[in-house]
Design a protein around this ligand. Structure first.
Ligand SMILES: CC(=O)SCCNC(=O)CCNC(=O)[C@H](O)C(C)(C)COP(=O)(O)OP(=O)(O)OC[C@H]1O[C@@H](n2cnc3c(N)ncnc32)[C@H](O)[C@@H]1OP(=O)(O)O
Ligand SMILES: O=C([O-])CC(=O)C(=O)O
Length: 384
């Protein structure tokens, strides 16, 4: 039985394969393992662009001309510093909760400081969206510092978006390679079709709620281990395997128990995730430089998983190698998913704005499989 209708309709668990909106922002080709933003393939953006430009591209549909670029970067730079109330909130939260919960709380709190919060005009939603894009690195950086028992660092106006994020998080200015890797990580996380957190943002914006609420919903959704939360768990899993020669035995125990191996599998990609390919190269770079065994262990896990599940379309996803890179650059494990959110903020905002211009309330139906009724109401004193 369906809500509102008895008609036989197909139930699509997890909305798998359901087309829920039109978009011009990005395209995931799951069978060939390719990802495009506004028609540009991700590899070409990683090689030639930077996060600020990609953010503009996602929002406005074209690569910015010099003047547009400079204006956008100036706006981000001006909005990057955090109000004192926000810094106090981050300090008050301290290390008491997971950084993703802290991030969700801080984004929600920003609305308290904005008297225009509830104006749902496109212009105002865009204003809020850009201010959130600008502030994300400062917020996540500050959360990382406080969570690690360190002083918060203010943004350096001389640094670009990714380098500033690295600096505010780790306390060190990145070398050119670290800066490139940070920028790449943010670019490849910036957008990804109708993923769960983006969908969550769209559901919220479709009610004509404000951009703060949409991004708060998205962050709450990204946190889960089946989505962005897998990056933290993937590295923990690799570390718990330890030496490469342990991998086979540990994986067998996990898969025999039916446990999911974090960082593998994807609803859309049935081949190697193109983002994981890019990240794997950087993980290897750090492994060669720092000489640790984690990368070797990860490679063995990848090999074993592909041998076992490759035919079923299960390959490493973006969350498998990212943690290793963040770890090598000095980020704590608990901040890996907030780093994902720092990249994804541009995609969330762009897609929420796009959806709201041709808005239709999201409201699917559930197939009712409960008691048919009508049941007779029994007063509490007569129930046994
Ligand atoms: C940024 C991102 O969000 S990328 C995804 C990050 N998440 C993870 O890495 C968590 C681990 N991966 C998974 O749980 C899944 O692959 C998902 C949820 C990401 C996508 O999977 P879905 O398309 O929904 O497939 P579903 O969950 O139905 O799994 C299909 C089958 O593959 C198996 N499978 C899928 N992923 C894995 C995995 N990582 N390890 C072991 N088995 C897996 C399932 O057990 C299931 O097997 P069954 O048919 O025998 O029951
Ligand atoms: O597309 C998805 O379902 C998950 C994903 O890879 C992402 O959000 O980056």
């Amino acid at each position: 039985m369906n809500e509102g209708s008895e008609a036989k309709e197909e139930l699509r668990r997890g909305l798998e394969g359901v087309l829920a909106a039109e978009t011009r922002i990005g395209y995931v080709n799951g069978s060939d393992g390719k990802l495009f933003y506004r028609g540009y393939e991700i590899n070409s953006l990683v090689e030639q662009s930077n996060y600020e430009e990609v953010s503009y591209l996602l929002l406005y549909g074209h690569l910015p001309k010099r003047g547009e670029y400079e204006e956008y970067v100036k706006r981000l730079r001006e909005e990057m510093p955090l109000p004192d109330e926000v810094l106090s909130l981050i300090k008050n939260i301290g290390g008491r909760t997971h950084p993703m919960s802290a991030l969700r709380t801080v984004i929600s709190y920003l609305s308290v400081l904005d008297s225009m919060e509830s104006d749902s005009s496109t212009k105002n939603q865009e204003r809020i969206g850009i201010s959130l894009i600008a502030r994300m690195p400062s917020i996540v950086g500050a959360i990382h510092r406080v969570y690690s028992g360190k002083e918060i660092i203010k943004p350096d106006p001389e640094l670009g978006y990714a380098s500033n994020f690295f600096y505010m998080s780790t306390g060190a200015r990145p070398d050119p390679v670290e800066s490139k890797i940070m920028d790449t990580a943010l670019i490849i996380h910036a957008d990804h079709g109708m993923n769960a957190s983006t969908f969550s943002a769209l559901v919220t914006i479709s009610t004509m709620a404000d951009m703060y609420s949409a991004i708060t919903s998205a962050i709450g959704t990204l946190k889960g281990p089946l989505h962005g939360g897998a990056n933290e768990r993937a590295l923990k899993m690799i570390q718990s395997v330890g030496r490469p020669e342990n991998a086979e035995k540990v994986l067998k125990v996990m898969t025999d128990k039916g446990e999911r191996v974090m960082g593998f599998g994807h609803r859309v990609y049935k081949v190697y995730d193109p983002r994981a390919k890019i990240l794997k190269r950087y993980a290897e770079y750090f492994a060669e430089r720092k000489g640790n065994e984690t990368f070797k262990t990860a490679q063995i896990i990848e090999e074993l998983m592909i041998n076992k599940y490759g035919e079923r379309g299960i390959f490493p996803n973006v969350d498998f190698y990212s943690g290793m890179i963040y770890d090598a650059m000095g980020f704590r494990t608990e901040i890996f998913t907030p780093i994902f959110a720092t990249g994804r903020i541009s995609g969330w905002v762009a897609r929420a704005l796009e959806y709201s211009t041709e808005n239709r309330l999201f409201r699917p139906k559930a197939l009712y499989v409960g008691e048919k009724g009508p049941r007779k109401y029994i007063p509490i004193q007569d129930r046994d």
